[in-house]
Design a protein around this ligand. Structure first.
Ligand code: MN3
Length: 237
């Protein structure tokens, strides 16, 4: 996707290149490489059907996530840390973001971080349940996997408007369930995400309309438990 600004840069670069070529200098075309790139989905749009439909995945990734990334690239000039610091590092301490761009960065970098996390947390044909250390920790904290799922679903259902439901390793290093509004991340509370589910209407409305509970129920079928186990190992530190 090429933004208007990049198109302008490209045409200026091309014009400069032509000018230089006339003098026998190799044209140095401007590389329109944005500072922040939209990560590709690791699977086709239709891979998560019937639980999440291909059109929803296409719009969600190619348009919603792309819009966050485009907005971020428009903010880099005003806040160059965007190009050099990891999103998680910035989102862990939003107070350090210059006030003039803070809300825009929270929205768009939060959106970029959350969605990048979310795409990897889903997979076609994954394990039906977690194993290893993560399973032991879930059983210890919640009793059963079903209890954990009920609690995450309840957190997602009770989120008024748009946001996310999460399983996290809290600052106290214990598993916990939380919900964040809009594109806020758990990071600013000192928590590290293990699992997260998008409960914005754009994540489910085409297939499930107003039935967020049915979407959440279906979502568990596409969870990538191997990735969740990896997130858990990292979060425990
Ligand atoms: Mn979303």
């Amino acid at each position: 996707m090429i933004t208007r600004r990049q198109t302008l840069t490209l045409s200026l670069g091309a014009a400069a290149g032509i000018g230089l070529a006339r003098f026998g200098v190799a044209p140095a075309l401007a590389q329109a490489k944005p500072a922040i790139a939209l990560p590709p989905l690791g699977y086709p749009n239709e891979a998560l059907e019937p639980h999440i439909d291909a059109t929803t995945m296409m719009i969600h990734h190619d348009r919603h996530h792309a819009a966050y990334v485009n907005a971020l690239n428009g903010l880099v000039e005003k806040y160059p840390d965007l190009a050099t610091k990891a999103p998680a590092q910035i989102m862990a301490d939003p107070a350090q973001i210059p006030e003039a761009v803070r809300q825009a960065v929270r929205n768009n970098l939060g959106g970029h971080y959350n969605h990048s996390f979310f795409w990897e947390l889903m997979t076609p044909g994954g394990a039906k349940a977690p194993g290893g250390d993560l399973r032991l920790a879930i059983d210890a904290a919640f009793g059963t996997l079903e209890t954990l799922q009920d609690k995450v679903n309840a957190a997602g259902l009770s989120r008024f408007g748009s946001g996310w439901a999460w399983l996290v390793v809290g600052k106290d290093k214990k598993l916990d369930i939380m919900s964040t509004p809009n594109q806020d991340t758990p990071l600013e509370t000192g928590a590290k995400p293990v699992l997260g589910v998008d409960v914005w209407e754009h994540a489910y409305y085409l297939k499930y309309q107003n039935k967020r509970a049915d979407y959440l129920k279906g979502w568990w079928n596409v969870v990538n438990w191997d990735k969740a186990a990896e997130n858990f190992a990292k979060a425990k530190g």
